[in-house]
Design a binder for this molecule. Sequence first.
Ligand code: GLP
Length: 257
Amino acid sequence: MRVFLYSDEQAASVEAARQVAALVRRKPAAVLGLATGGTPLALYKELIRQHGQEGLDFSGCTTFNLDEYAGLAPSHPMSYHHYMRENFFEGVNLPAERTNIPDGLAEDIPAHCADYEAKIHSAGGVDLQILGLGSDGHIGFNEPTSSLGSRTRFQTLTENTRTDNARYFASLEEVPRHAITMGIATILEAREIILLAFGAAKAAAVASMIEGPLAAMVPASALQLHPAVRVFLDEGAASLLTKKDYYRYLQQQCAGQ
Ligand code: GLP
């Protein structure tokens, strides 16, 4: 894992966006794996800015989102379909037919999940997966104790995650209890991964993910198995790391190249 430390969320997001944009310029038919939540908002904003002001062209790209709440229609204001339209899709030129998000209303969920995996495969696999991080170390909606070999599937949310995500809903009661999520093995198949984490509430999960043992209790620790992960952190999220000086040294070397 390569760890990049920034003074704040904005600086980290702009650099992460620059790396996504570089891929899209290098490979106009790139397949992007997308995340939701508060964390990638500034990254999406910067990509939209580059689209508007610098001609960054997404017309050849395909996207696959990590997850969706089970039981929420795409039109529901709290659905990840709605989030993606509002925060990214409406600001860029992605063809709607090449944006993919699990269907929270799928009737046959196992068949829908198998189909989602097949679609990723037939698109050539994900070139770059963007990830946020749950405060309990989850990625996508792969909760602690998820199999490190898991694929896209139905998942029951923990109370910790429901409580964390209640800030986006009118009340905790309204937060769905289930989701459809790419599995950990699905995520690990992406060629490159960029994970963003901001704020002290993520510090313990960040430290376990990077410096802790590989463990199903910390799903993000599975990223230790992946050869091309870059982690973008602000000071709060990095605050419990023990090897910060080493990461800073590597980051400086990287900047000098
Ligand atoms: C949610 C999403 C994750 C996201 C995480 C962090 O549960 N399923 O993909 O990374 O929680 O959310 P936030 O960025 O809002 O802190």
